[in-house]
Design a protein around this ligand. Sequence first.
Ligand SMILES: Cc1ncc(COP(=O)(O)O)c(C=O)c1O
Length: 403
Amino acid sequence: MSTSGGVRLAPRVRNLEISPTVAMAQRAHALRAQGIRVYDFTVGEPDQPTPGPIVAAAVEALKAGRTKYAPAAGLAELRAAVAQRYRQDWGTSFAPEQVTVTVGAKQALAQLYTAILDRGGEVVVPTPHWPTFAEAARIAGGRPVLLPLTGKNGYRLTARSLSRAIGPRTRAVLVNSPSNPTGAVVEPDELVRIARLARRRGVFLILDDTYTHLIFRPEVAPPLDAVAAAAGDRLAVAGTMSKAYCMTGWRVGWVIGSRPVAAACAALNSHSIQSPATFAQIAAARALRGSQKAVRDLAIEYRRRMIAVQPKVDALPGVVCPEPEGGFYLFPNVEGRLSEELPDTVALSLRLLEEQGVAVVPGEGFGAPGHLRLSLATPLEDLREGTRRMAVFFSENAGPRRR
Ligand SMILES: Cc1ncc(COP(=O)(O)O)c(C=O)c1O
């Protein structure tokens, strides 16, 4: 029997833990509540506010009484706006009927896993990975199979390595590009090869493109039209307004897939969330159809921060910090700083927070012990001061090993 303090819980939640990112952010928050200045590098959302025109569209919608249920597949105007945005950005030809609106990419993944994974059905998840990719699969009754990638070659994901991880029970392979936490982008040719592989082996390619507008090198932008053509009805995209449009709290995302997959996700919506808030969907549609300048500016700002901070972190003795190709995280390897006193990055992160007021996420939760995740979603001055404090910390806590 599964119990928690005498309360009987279902086995699927028995070992479910709050995400390590949230746990560390909560510690940072508790310190801040005591009046302590914290340099918080745990944050997984842009520090910029939602652009004014998007907010205005929501206010207008509320005033106009757009406060009733939206259809389970999402508002027609938003489904059309998503299809059109992908067409303009990536040259795809998805029909609005292939889009189902969800409560962010998190719920898109949950609905996709529920729709695709039969009991014990496997999803190949390249690791280091965002913890939800694995936990959400378990909740849906599936089994994540972790495929280790190595920092030595920039966490490159290849069709060849994925192919070896596909077995008789595999139902899907998960690709997150740019990756949270590594910032690695799958090479365009390789992504097409992966799409072909998925179709050939009869498994779904679930593409989480949450950070796709925050790619720092345009030449590695995803060739989504070619990917869609190669994967056919095996492609399922989990997308979101959260990061590129600074709309994390609005909770609007989507699934794009074949019509049966989109319809299955809509049916799941109809028995769970119904649909995200109607006025939030109207604002999202406006954002997707309007000027994309704010999105481009955001990508420029994150690149600027990355260029300012990554070399400083890489220069810390015993630390190796590769340059990310997209997203808004640095993912340094700090194995060279671990010692008897600080045996893992959980211990190291706690000490760094206590001594220097710098909050980072330990790599353990991403399947990458010996690493830290630092978010760039913090103003540049704070990033500079935070990295200065990290340098002080590392000089005061001299590890046994050196680079
Ligand atoms: C890779 C990845 N996918 C999805 C999400 C969740 O996004 P949403 O706010 O749309 O649920 C995140 C959030 O951190 C993420 O890093």
